[in-house]
Design a binder for this molecule. Structure first.
Ligand code: 2AM
Ligand code: CA
Length: 263
């Protein structure tokens, strides 16, 4: 995973350097970025396919590619934080996860490995089920801060075409004034990796997709944190609604969120 991410990452780094020069034409950069996105996905696909020829894929850009029955699949977001990339903001990542099939053959189950790679900082956050979460070769642990007024919280805000502004605002009203700060950096995969690394105390966002969250959720859990949806359920593969944080703050924030969304 790491080798594949580094190769695709150096492509993205190169293309990111070009984006700035393209800002003059309106359509230019968007086309260029979607090509860069697809080229990164292709590079990841080729490398991982070669490493595990019989595994399937769930790819953000190309959808599902079936593997052999009973084999795991890769869940891949080749460029999380596309809007940042397009605007020349150096905050984006590659996300790769491994998901196992359910034993009874009825679909997909646990995520057992995940990696979030930030090409600009060359940081590789990775986790393996029951073996912990790591940044390079340093073990990760969620933040030890326990109090809301010292907590830095990441979120994703609804944007054109997606999300429920009313819902987000109600949660924000309940949480924002009580915490040390709210951040919206635009890459859910990195937000989760940073919760695992103890940089943020917590993160919430809804309307996410499996490729945004599969690796990041495992990272948080393996770093000793909690990830649930709004109802407090802990999904094998978390998508759509995500509330992640260390134990005390996850439970405080969950109570505030439930209260805020009541009636
Ligand atoms: P993406 O960059 O791979 O599209 C942030 O809110 C999350 O939403 C990111 O993980 C981002 O993943 C996803 N997203 C999808 N469309 C977006 C948009 N138009 N603007 C911001 N984020 C978007
Ligand atoms: Ca994404």
């Amino acid at each position: 995973m790491e080798r594949a991410a580094r190769r695709a990452g150096s492509r993205l780094r190169r293309d990111f350097g070009e984006v700035e020069h393209l800002q003059v034409s309106r359509k230019g950069p968007a086309d260029f970025v979607s090509k860069a996105d697809r080229a990164a996905e292709r590079s990841l696909y080729d490398d991982l396919k070669q490493a595990r020829p019989d595994w399937g894929f769930l790819l953000e850009e190309s959808g599902e590619v079936e593997g052999d029955p009973g084999k795991p699949r890769w869940i891949i977001d080749p460029l999380d934080g596309t809007s940042n990339f397009l605007h020349g903001i150096p905050h984006f990542a590659i996300s790769i996860a491994v998901q196992e099939p359910k034993l009874d053959g009825s679909g997909w189950g646990e995520v057992t490995a995940g990696l979030v790679y930030q090409p600009i900082t060359d940081e590789s956050f990775w986790a393996e089920k029951s073996r912990g979460a790591w940044l390079q070769d340093a073990r990760l642990r969620v933040s030890g801060r326990r109090h809301l007024d010292e907590a830095l919280i990441a979120t994703g805000i609804p944007f054109a075409g997606a999300g429920d502004v009313g819902e987000w605002s109600r949660i924000y009203q309940a949480i924002g004034p009580r915490v040390a700060g709210i951040r919206r950096f635009g890459s859910a995969a990195l937000d989760l990796a940073w919760v695992a690394a103890g940089r943020y105390e917590a993160f919430w966002e809804s309307n996410l997709q499996p490729w945004d969250t599969a690796a990041g959720c495992l990272l948080v859990r393996e770093a000793g944190g909690f990830v649930t949806d709004w109802r407090g359920r802990s999904q094998a593969i978390c998508d759509s609604q995500v509330l992640a944080g260390n134990d005390p703050l996850h439970s405080r924030l969950h109570k505030l969120l439930v209260e805020a969304l009541k009636d």
